[in-house]
Design a protein around this ligand. Sequence first.
Ligand code: NAD
Length: 255
Amino acid sequence: MHAFPAERTAIITGAASRRGIGRAAAHRLARDGWSVGMLDIDGPAVKDLAEELTRTYGVQAVGAGVDVGDADAVRPAVDDLAGALPPVVALANIAGVSSPTPYLELDDAEWERVLRVNLHGVHHVTQAVVPAMIRAGVGRVVCVSSVSAQRGGGTYSRTPYSVSKAGVIGLARALARELGRHGITANAIAPGPIDTDIMGGKLSDERKAELVAELVVDRVGTPDDIAAAISFLVGQESGYITGQTLNVDGGLYMH
Ligand SMILES: NC(=O)c1ccc[n+]([C@@H]2O[C@H](COP(=O)([O-])OP(=O)(O)OC[C@H]3O[C@@H](n4cnc5c(N)ncnc54)[C@H](O)[C@@H]3O)[C@@H](O)[C@H]2O)c1
C-alpha cells in the first residue's frame, strides 16, 4: 500500500456555494485532517471559507478565485496552492454548472459553456494537480459526475450536462489506467438528486416529492451524503478502488 504523508492536502473545486456539495466536502475533509486548497470562480467566498476551516478544524486552508474552464489561469493557481500547502494527495473535482435547455432549442454557446466547465474544467485542474501527486508518491482523484450521465438526464439538466458528466466518467477511467503506476487512483461519483441550488434554485417540497417518487431511499440526498463518499474515496484505505463510478443516488440507477 502506498502510505499517505502525515501532513497532506486535498484540492477541491467548486467549494464556494453556500448550500453546495463542494462546501460540504471541504468541511468534511478538513474535519478528517486534510489541509485544503480550494478553487472556485467565487474567489472571496472560498477565501472566507478557508479562514473558517482553519478556525474550525485547525488545518491549513487556502482559497483562490479561478474559472476552471480557463486552462491558463488554472495552472498558476494550482501551483500557488501546492506551493503554500503540504503535499497534495487528493483532488475533488466538484465545480459544475447545470443546463435545462431542451435539445432542439440548444445553441452552440450553451453547449460550449457547459462542456467548458463540467468536462474541460475537470481535465484542466486534474492535469495541473497530478504532477504534485506524483511528487507526493500517492494520489486520489475523485470527479463528481451525475446520475444524469447514466440516465440521460431526468432530474433537471439535459443534453450538454449529460454529455459532460458522461465524459467525466470516461476521463476518470482513463486516468485510472494511466496513473495507477504512480500510486494514483481515479474514480467518479454519480450523485442522484441532492438538495442544493443547482437545479434552478432551492427545491420546493413539491419538487422534492416528485424526485423522491423515483428513488428507493425515501428522501432527496444531502451534500453531506456526497461529502462522505468523497471522504471514503480519497482515504488511504481506498487504494485498491480505481476506475469506478460510485452511485450515491438513493437507488435511482441500479446497474
Ligand atoms: N445537486 C445535485 O443534485 C447534483 C447531482 C449530480 C451531480 N451534481 C454535481 O455536483 C457538483 C456540485 O454541484 P452543487 O449541487 O453543489 O451545485 P452548486 O451550484 O451549489 O455548486 C457549484 C459550484 O461550482 C462553482 N463553479 C461554477 N462554475 C465554475 C467555474 N467555471 N470555475 C470554478 N468554479 C465554478 C460555483 O461557484 C459553485 O461553488 C456539480 O458538478 C454538479 O453537476 C449535483
